[in-house]
Design a protein around this ligand. Sequence first.
Ligand SMILES: Nc1ncnc2c1ncn2[C@@H]1O[C@H](COP(=O)(O)OP(=O)(O)OP(=O)(O)O)[C@@H](O)[C@H]1O
Ligand SMILES: [Mg+2]
Length: 270
Amino acid sequence: MEPALQNRKATNVFLVGPTGTGKTSTAKQVLEAHFDGRAACVNCWKYRTAHEVLSEILLTFRIPAYARESVGEQVRKLEKLAKSKSLVVYLDEVDRLVDRDLLYVLSRVGIGLVLSSTHYHTLSSLPSRITSSLGLSEIQFPKYTVEETIAIVRDRVEQSVRPGALRTSLLKLSAVLADGDARVALETIRRAALMAEHNNSKRIGLADVKKAAKEANTLRLEYLFSKLNKHQRIVYDALAKRGRLDSGRLYRIYRRSVAKPVVDRAYSHT
Ligand SMILES: Nc1ncnc2c1ncn2[C@@H]1O[C@H](COP(=O)(O)OP(=O)(O)OP(=O)(O)O)[C@@H](O)[C@H]1O
Ligand SMILES: [Mg+2]
């Protein structure tokens, strides 16, 4: 992305990897540290249409915008700014973006794109005319190793837990049980510390960590479920209940379960 610092267009990048591997934190950290005033971060889970995303971007750059403005007008305003300085737009959870053409439009006006997703198939689900014009470099965020997870958690523990209250072996256990997800590891220790405190104990115990890890892992599932839309949830439930199903049968079950089923392409995208 360095070219953007010399007012040239940044290479478009795609950050991909499982949940809790630092995609959002890394992107935000890099943009805040190096692209202050030239970067906008938008979560496509929250803002899904081109109009919503563009409104957020314009708001970040403090460009006055009106609710009824057309997408075309929004783009023109952004293009004007992009001519005066190179901009970077970070679209987090980009698989949720409804108007995929927006990627092409942003890139065409010279904005560097950072995209991220937990789904490897996000790019392959885009029309090839979009992917080929973006020329994205993929950066993989693999699960954290146990050592990496320990380092991340230790850093927070030093700031938030009384010295000596957490044995190294338990810190390690929390990292192992988190299976490469930093969010789960941090949540495990937070919960374990609260449990110990609740029991008036000066130290976090093995039972606290085990119980907390179970809860934190359940939370991860809920977090992942919360990212599914209604249609995806029906498909998930059908598969969870019946095991392997061929796609035709799965589609028929899905159609029976929902009042307004999505069809063909929208369904395969789901
Ligand atoms: N390298 C790291 N150093 C410190 N904290 C980290 C690091 N990586 C992740 N974390 C912490 O773990 C949590 C999850 O990280 P983050 O939100 O960046 O993951 P993600 O890859 O974007 O996950 P998702 O796909 O679920 O959005 C955050 O609370 C973050 O602060
Ligand atoms: Mg994220």
